[in-house]
Design a protein around this ligand. Structure first.
Ligand code: AMP
Length: 197
């Protein structure tokens, strides 16, 4: 089992780079943001509850996303590994993920952090908002709020995995292909170092 957390601020390119990683390594994509947007689209009770938070750029309650991930891990035990995108978003979620994976007998392999400057993040998200219809990409205030939540609440997740020796940073500026190449080099180096363990 090879499990990656793709990490970075809103707009860092986690979804885009996840697609490239999936193509290359065949991992299963677990994006809590996408799962929540599907639930909103279907207007399930969980989706209706989540929408209140998402529209303001706040995090939804931990129990809700932890439950989504737990159910996915139960239903797809036979995959070569997972790529966690947008989860964990705080240290409590990281601790819950560590326990869930431990119970399944495999740990987080690496946290791959895409590093992008703030002005570039805002520009990318406003641009995405023109075509994506995402309620939380429409206003600069809400975008800045999401970046602030990231810095205050989500960044400590990086230290959580740094302490476990699992942090790998990748420069997230430049073309999608260039970033994808840097990501692949980082993952390949990890696989090479760990193949005989
Ligand atoms: P994303 O697509 O990952 O940018 O997520 C969009 C929004 O969904 C976030 O701004 C949060 O409101 C919510 N969300 C996604 N993942 C999580 C999570 N792990 N914990 C709490 N809220 C989340």
């Amino acid at each position: 089992m090879f499990n990656i957390i793709i990490f970075g601020a809103p707009g860092a390119g986690k979804g885009t780079q996840s697609e490239r990683i999936i193509e290359r390594y065949g991992l299963r994509h677990l994006s809590t943001g996408s799962m929540l947007r599907e639930a909103i689209e279907a207007q399930t009770p969980m989706g209706i509850e989540a929408q209140r938070y998402i529209d303001q750029g706040h995090l939804v309650p931990d129990a809700l996303v932890i439950d989504l991930i737990a159910r996915e891990l139960e239903t797809h035990p036979d995959v070569p590994g997972y790529i966690f995108d947008g989860f964990p978003r705080n240290v409590a979620q990281a601790q819950a993920l560590d326990v869930m994976l431990q119970n399944h007998g495999y740990p987080v392999s690496m946290l791959l952090a895409l590093e992008v400057e703030e002005d570039e993040l805002v520009a990318r998200l406003l641009n995405r908002g023109l075509t994506s219809n995402r309620s939380d990409d429409q206003s600069e205030d809400i975008i800045r709020n999401r970046i602030e939540v990231y810095e205050r609440t989500t960044l400590p997740v990086m230290d959580h995995y740094r302490q476990q020796g699992k942090y790998h940073g990748v420069a997230g500026m430049g073309s999608i292909d260039d970033i994808a190449n840097r990501v692949a080099q980082t993952i390949d180096a990890y696989i090479n170092v760990n193949k005989n363990r």
